[in-house]
Design a protein. Structure first.
Length: 301
């Protein structure tokens, strides 16, 4: 097959591993920087150009679109979908997963467990918002944050009120979430490929820290997940319409709770922690499903 990987940088671990896996399995592969791709939208025959040349019609496209380039990146992916390429994850599903409010609303509608969560634009009554999610201690998150930055644990009602006031004063988009204390500073990353959890790791925060992000000094290890955790992760990916997803879970007294569903999960942490060749499993998923125009939406969404 002729496969394109949409990635800003060939040298990134995940991109390198996907290139390797494609080549090992006998495919032609090209890494394309989405921001350097331009498109002919108006004509009846959709085209994409890169560095002065028209790109061929790929059999499949692997999107590795960073959060900061979602808008343009999904437009480029949509263009490839219109040209008939099979997208590993569809542009519509990626856009959906990048909108945290929409994702959580969709997951809750389908009965997927998640921490009690409140969203607000600029409420008159911060104390009612706090009460709504069960009171302090609680977690306040900036929607734009990644790698644990902008995730704050407010231990008391007073602390929660002042942090919320400060964030709202800055016109930041925030969410307020029940603190899952019994998770013990750990979360579970499940890598879902084609309706199965193919690898799972536990991330444990440093002592004295509740955020388990590896960038915040957390450590990763292999973990055996329960059937309920497996079912929750698979269901969350399905609800989002993602063939490949990194589903982050917290272990709570009332079962697994989904924190986030990531449409471009990094491979380095999970492959290192589990020793599994996730990149090849992703390429095998493409081999199984790639046929011209085999998308649910053909980029129409
Ligand atoms: P980011 O997307 O920036 O990584 P997360 O929402 O994943 O932010 O939060 C970072 C970390 O903080 C999580 O990996 C988890 O360990 C911890 N955490 C987040 N939300 C909660 C919560 N409601 N209860 C307990 N711990 C949480």
């Amino acid at each position: 097959m002729n496969i394109a990987i949409l990635s800003r940088n060939k040298k990134l671990y995940s991109t390198r591993r996907l290139v390797e896996a494609c080549e090992q399995r006998g495919h032609e592969v090209m890494v394309i920087d989405v921001l350097r791709t331009y498109m002919d939208i108006a004509s009846s025959k959709p085209q994409a150009h890169f560095k002065g040349e028209a790109l061929p019609t790929f059999d499949a496209v692997i999107p590795r679109i960073g959060a900061s380039v979602t808008f343009y990146g999904t437009a480029v992916l949509r263009q490839f979908e219109m040209m008939g390429a099979y997208p590993l994850n569809e542009s519509v599903a990626i856009s959906r997963s990048r909108d945290k409010l929409r994702s959580m609303q969709l997951l809750s509608r389908r009965g997927v467990g998640m921490p009690n969560t409140g969203f607000a634009n600029n409420p008159d009554d911060i104390s009612d918002l706090i009460k709504m999610v069960g009171g302090a201690p609680l977690v306040i998150k900036l929607l734009e944050g990644t790698q644990g930055i902008g995730v704050v644990l407010a231990e008391t009602q007073k602390a929660a009120e002042s942090v919320l006031e400060a964030f709202m004063g800055l016109k930041a988009n925030i969410m307020v979430q029940e603190y899952i204390k019994e998770a013990g500073g750990a979360d579970i990353r499940c890598l879902v490929v084609d309706g199965k959890v193919v690898a799972a790791m536990k991330r444990q925060a440093m002592p004295g820290e509740f955020r388990s992000n590896l960038h915040r000094g957390g450590s990763a290890s292999i973990i055996k997940i329960t059937p309920a955790e497996r079912a929750t992760a698979v269901n969350a990916a399905k609800v989002m319409g993602l063939n490949v997803a990194g589903v982050d879970l917290l272990r709570s007294e009332r079962g697994p709770l989904v924190m986030e569903v990531n449409s471009s999960p990094g491979l380095e942490g999970i492959e290192t922690a589990t020793g599994k060749d996730v990149a090849s499993m992703i390429v095998q998923c493409i081999e199984k499903h790639a046929r011209p125009h085999n998308t649910r939406t053909r980029g129409k969404g």
